[in-house]
Design a protein around this ligand. Sequence first.
Ligand code: HEC
Ligand code: HEC
Length: 314
Amino acid sequence: MAARSSASGTNGGAVPRRRRGALLLTVRLASGAGILVVGALIVVAAIAEKRARTRYDVPIHAITVPGDQASIDRGARLARARFCSDCHGEGLTGRIMADSPELGRLAAPNLTSRTAPRALTDLEWERAVRHGVRANGSALRLMPAHEFTELTDDDLGAIIAYARQLPGSSAQVPTTVAGPLLKALDVAGLFKLYPAAGIDHNRPHRARLVAERTPAYGKYMASTCTGCHGERLSGGKPPGAPPDWPAAANLTPSGIGHYSLADFTRLLRTGVRPDGSHVNDGMPWTFTRSLDDTEIAAIHAYLRTVPRRDYGQR
Ligand code: HEC
Ligand code: HEC
């Protein structure tokens, strides 16, 4: 199941949209099926405690944060196109995505430097976004760093530049506290509570990529589509999802091979399919509409090169 959010987006109803929807899913899974029995919780608690205490050794990687307006504007666009503001809220002032006894309190923190308890350093930004860890090496929960681990220094720098000049808000966002259910699903391998666990922290980072209409650039941009559409982009629901879960579509050639570039652009900007029908609100087109023409053309080109798969092979 995706750890992301727009509820499905990666995590759930009260959670940022459908991607964040995985969380909502989690709640229903658990309350409906009662899968996780009390006896198992003791074992689970011990393993979960160990996972929570795991420290990741991440090499230090310096980032240059630009100050020019063009970079800030690009960062603003990327923060939407990469769904940061889907979880962290408009203006990146943070928000509570879900709060229940089983799930715990899932909150995406305030990322603005003027009002947060203190400004994040460049190092903290780099570790959080590309590695899913805090400065001390402990793992962040739910922050989908596995989808951002390949972000270039340039793109990350632009997002930081954008966040640093935002007006911010004085609203205090409480910290995340993972509930017993979420920990149990994580231990059972059904939910990625700690994305840092699945990241190669020694992978070299690229300084920049030239934005061009190539499958390679499209693959880079499409990393943030996998949270909902699945690692293999064939859509369907995460394993165990309830019947009313909005299933993501098959983006491989067997699913949308008939989409021209114009069709694809219209879908990502307005949510309207080639036949005139409108996608449901599980598809975050209000964020994908921030993708520019080159990025959309690149993703379109990339999706033509991925292996055809039947719907739902995730
Ligand atoms: C938060 C989850 C989520 C994310 C992230 C997401 N999608 Fe979707 N997408 C969906 C869902 C759910 C549907 C199905 C909507 C429906 O059936 O009405 C969908 C439908 C689509 C469709 C329509 C296919 C069709 O004809 O039915 C396209 C194209 C698409 N997505 C492309 C993308 C691309 C490209 C990205 C990344 C840039 C992306 N999506 C990111 C959830 C998501
Ligand atoms: C699925 C929702 C989600 C998305 C999408 C998301 N984040 Fe996060 N992010 C979180 C959560 C939740 C935390 C806090 C985790 C914790 O406290 O354990 C977090 C933490 C962070 C932190 C660490 C903040 C701190 O005070 O230590 C940074 C920085 C961050 N996110 C930046 C980003 C950026 C930049 C993007 C987009 C490229 C992004 N996030 C996308 C959910 C999300």
